[in-house]
Design a protein around this ligand. Structure first.
Ligand code: GLU
Length: 309
């Protein structure tokens, strides 16, 4: 059984050196800013539910959060609607890619909050007047999860908004089904800004730790969401967070996690810790290659697999 002392003694720079020689994978090129990412970036951070922090080299390098924002958008939507958002989005894994043009059969709702369709809806359900109000609420909410003030990279937000054709298609499809309650372009403006929030591995690990600690940021002490919301979010992250690789991920790594095209992975081990790894080269499912390897090693070395007896 791993103790907090084992976790705190764990050498993240050594882990980084272990995974760094793996140069497999391709950097995402869906927008120019992601295509420009440094393929050698590799940052790892962990934050315990008691607020202890450990970081590797590169854990302070900023990157756009991209889909690692989705668990937190879901959390804010649940919080702001008193969990009524649960009626607006499915919670079943799709077995398909993150941007599949597919809605839940029979309801026309997004299949789950971890694919793009779902995150377009969750980001439209947060409280706030119009596009600017909802973006402001998302920034404030994510900052509370991170325990520090976060900003948007405006160039990334513009590119996401301009170049996200499949996201626009999903928004229009959901409008036609009556399952998206705001204008399609407004929904994409908010979702694009949420994906463009700048974090680093340390901030993202703190966000994961806030979920792992039942909704209280263990560094600031602030309650960000209720315990019920944190549990809902971690449950759906466990089953849907790595898209069509979620089953394999749960068997191998055994830690609820969300991947993203910027190469970030955020992990939450309930009652233990949050962690984040960022390294831009991605495998065919859009998961960071080094991030996956580092998560495997962290889980094995620290005994984090939630189903390990
Ligand atoms: N901004 C990306 C998109 O919506 C996020 C996808 C991801 O990180 O998986 O296309």
């Amino acid at each position: 059984m791993t103790t907090t002392a084992d976790i705190l003694a764990y050498d993240l720079d050594r882990l980084r050196r272990r995974v760094l020689p793996d140069t497999a994978g391709e950097v995402d090129d869906s927008i120019p800013q992601l295509a420009d990412a440094d393929p050698d970036l590799c940052g790892i951070a962990l934050v315990t539910v008691n607020g202890e922090v450990r970081v590797s080299v590169d854990a302070d390098v900023p990157f756009s959060i991209q889909s690692a924002v989705k668990p937190f958008l879901f959390a804010l939507a649940l919080h702001d609607t008193d969990r009524a958002a649960l009626g607006r989005i499915g919670i079943e894994p799709t077995g398909e890619a993150f941007d599949a043009i597919k809605l839940e059969t029979g309801t026309g709702r997004p299949p789950n909050p971890m694919v793009n369709a779902g995150a377009i809806v969750t980001s439209s359900l947060v409280e706030g007047d119009g596009v600017d109000g909802r973006i402001a609420r998302i920034i404030a909410g994510l900052s509370a999860f991170a325990g520090r003030t976060l900003d948007i990279d405006d160039d990334v937000a513009r590119s996401e908004h301009l170049l996200g054709d499949r996201n626009h298609a999903l928004a229009h499809l959901m409008r036609s089904e009556g399952t998206l309650n705001v204008e399609a372009d407004d929904a994409i403006a908010v979702y694009a800004s949420a994906c463009a929030v700048l974090v680093d591995a340390e901030a993202l690990a703190t966000m994961g730790a806030t979920l792992a600690a039942g909704g209280v940021n263990p560094r600031s002490g602030e309650r960000v969401v209720s315990r019920d919301v944190a549990r809902d979010v971690i449950s759906v992250t466990a089953t849907c967070g790595v898209y069509d690789g979620s089953g394999r991920w749960m068997r191998e790594v055994g830690v609820p996690a969300k991947s993203s095209v910027s190469g970030a992975i955020v992990l939450s081990v309930p009652g233990v810790l949050g962690a984040a790894v960022v390294s831009p080269p991605l495998d065919e499912r859009g998961t960071s290659v080094r991030g996956h390897r580092a998560s495997d090693a962290l889980s094995a070395d620290l005994g984090l697999h939630v189903f390990d007896v």
